[in-house]
Design a protein around this ligand. Structure first.
Ligand code: SAM
Length: 299
């Protein structure tokens, strides 16, 4: 192993020695630019097609079923999934990802309209011919196998085009369901506060919301919480807001939402002796909660 490392070092020095300075400069800039642009989401056609995660047609359906199994088990409310059924509903999804998130499934199952707010989504890419063939067609087949409804692919796809719409916060209201998955943890407190205030304005009085939030390190310093609690929570973090479960709860309540359930799906016990003092006011539950479902309506 040591031999390989030594050889690699020798090769690297040789390469640097033989490369003109302008080429080294270009390469450094390229790497820097990549790591910076990597902080935002790349939903270009090439990147979507290369992403196993996004092209998996079953994962969103399976996720929905799994989440509600957990939610119903943990709350004992066996009617919760039914309250979130899509039929006839006006749905809003925050940060849906590149392929309209739960939208096409909701539309297939009879949703009235699905609105999304996703800064990185490029609509012409999502509705391109290649994704029609490689994502929406297999998704349709999967949905037909699971639900066997009387709807052709062209009807389904036309509905996806006409009913999955970008959100216009000034002109859309009367929303019944608000959804997000792995999004709130990326939004800094001030933005989250104004966003939730907007979400309150667009909701009808019986609206329900479900936000699944991943409080983990997102890979930084390892899986789970990685090195997250070893650093100060005032350190600038380009991708995470570093808010915890109680902060999100407070933000929801302060913006006029009721909190029916705050369900800890996944957690990990952390060692309080190893955390930076900036985290010490948080309770064990708030620090240990890794994936949480926030569910409620309007106050
Ligand atoms: C981890 S991805 C989750 C995508 C998708 N919901 C999923 O589960 O695969 C986070 C998403 O949140 C979006 N996002 C980040 N900040 C946002 C904001 N202020 N408003 C709406 N979406 C945002 C990103 O563009 C990205 O698509």
């Amino acid at each position: 192993m040591a031999q390989i490392t030594e050889n690699k070092m020798k090769q690297l020095f040789k390469k640097v020695w033989e490369t003109p300075p302008n080429k080294i400069y270009e390469s450094v800039i390229k790497r820097l630019t990549f790591s910076i642009s990597n902080q935002s989401y790349d939903y270009s056609l090439k990147s979507i097609l290369q992403s196993q995660k996004h092209m998996q047609t079953v994962s969103l359906m399976d996720r929905w079923e799994r989440y509600f199994k957990v939610i119903e088990n943990k709350t004992g409310d066996k009617n919760l999934k039914n309250k979130f059924n899509f039929r006839g509903k006006r749905i809003f999804e925050l940060g849906c990802g590149p392929l309209f998130g739960w939208g096409p499934i909701a539309i297939f199952l009879g949703a009235d309209t699905y609105y999304y707010h996703e800064p990185a989504l490029e609509r012409e890419v999502t509705l391109s011919q290649v994704l029609k063939e490689k994502y929406f067609s297999p998704l349709y087949k999967e949905l037909m196998s699971e639900f066997s409804l009387n709807i052709s692919f062209s009807e389904f796809y036309d509905k996806v085009k006409s009913k999955c719409l970008p959100m216009d916060f000034n002109n859309v209201n009367n929303i019944d369901l608000i959804l997000s998955n792995s999004v709130l943890e990326h939004i800094p407190f001030n933005d989250l506060d104004s966003l939730l205030s907007n979400l309150h304005k667009i909701s009808n009085e019986k609206a329900l919301y479900m936000h699944a939030v991943d409080f983990g390190s997102h890979g930084k310093g390892g899986s789970g919480f990685g090195s997250l609690y070893r650093e100060s929570n005032t350190t600038t973090n380009k991708i995470l807001s570093l808010l915890r479960k109680n902060d999100i709860e407070k933000c929801l309540i302060d913006n006029g939402f009721s909190l029916m359930h705050s369900i800890v799906y996944r957690s990990e016990v952390i060692d309080r002796n190893k955390i930076d003092p900036s985290w010490s006011d948080y309770s064990d539950i708030d620090l240990n909660s890794k994936t949480v479902f926030f569910i409620g309506g309007l106050k």
